[in-house]
Design a protein around this ligand. Structure first.
Ligand code: PRP
Ligand code: URA
Length: 214
């Protein structure tokens, strides 16, 4: 775990995650496997990132006796995908929390300025009352994640966490400056950004690899 006063940055370096991230990075990995891996890694990360969900006890009748069980009791959950690439992570979380609502924010990086441009927004009505998990495979300059979270805070969200597959130190720093209250989970923290603000070594363009657009 890194960080001082800011919310934690957790690199979930479980052996299964390290193994799958290596396959994800591989330039030879085909689209179908890339999608499956992104989903599997997200599910493994969500298991850790949702560790603090509140529960209450609830007795359950087994065929033999009454057992003390538990049920989720805190706020309901919403997953917010940063389009396009964040879509690949949504299906990693929904099997774990099937009743979660899903919001979408469309952002693309202007190739010249590297600044995020918003082109779509559709959120659940009661978003402000939910724990919100923002998903995007890449945290590069941090501009897209920070802009998405600006928007969600404007909509009243107070409980936010960010899940990304690969992060760069530059993106982590921007997030910690602009949103020090938002904890971040990464499957890997890479070295740096190149001149085009791509993560090195990274995995290339996540959207293109997920959707086969290049
Ligand atoms: C990618 C990625 C992030 C963003 C990260 O999306 O999915 O949203 O770049 O970069 P940043 O941290 O420097 O903002 P992209 O803009 O390529 O759009 P896409 O998902 O539609 O391909
Ligand atoms: N967006 C991507 O898809 N990949 C990067 O390395 C940086 C931004």
């Amino acid at each position: 775990m890194l960080g001082g006063m800011a919310a934690p940055v957790v690199v979930t370096d479980h052996p299964l995650i390290r193994h799958k991230v290596t396959l994800l990075r591989d330039v030879e990995t085909p689209v179908s496997s890339f999608r499956a891996l992104a989903q599997e890694i997200t599910m493994l990360m969500a298991y850790e990132a949702l560790r603090d969900l509140e529960t209450e006890t609830r007795d359950v009748q087994t065929p033999l006796a009454i057992a003390e069980g538990h049920r989720l009791s805190g706020k309901k959950l919403a997953v917010v995908a940063i389009l396009r690439a964040g879509l690949a992570m949504v299906d990693g979380i929904l099997p774990l929390v099937p009743s979660a609502r899903v919001g979408h924010i469309g952002l693309y990086r202007d190739p010249e300025t590297k600044q995020p441009v918003e082109y779509y927004l559709k959120m659940p009505q009661d978003l402000a009352d939910r724990d919100v998990v923002v998903v995007d495979p890449m945290l590069a300059t941090g501009g897209s994640a920070a802009a998405a979270i600006d928007r969600l805070k404007d909509l009243g969200c107070g409980s936010l966490r960010l899940l990304c597959l690969i992060g760069a130190p530059e993106g982590v720093e921007v997030m910690q400056e602009r949103h020090p209250d938002v904890p971040i989970w990464l499957a890997a923290l890479d070295s740096h950004l190149d001149d085009h603000a791509y993560i090195v070594p990274g995995l290339g363009d996540a959207g293109d690899r997920i959707f086969g657009t290049k």
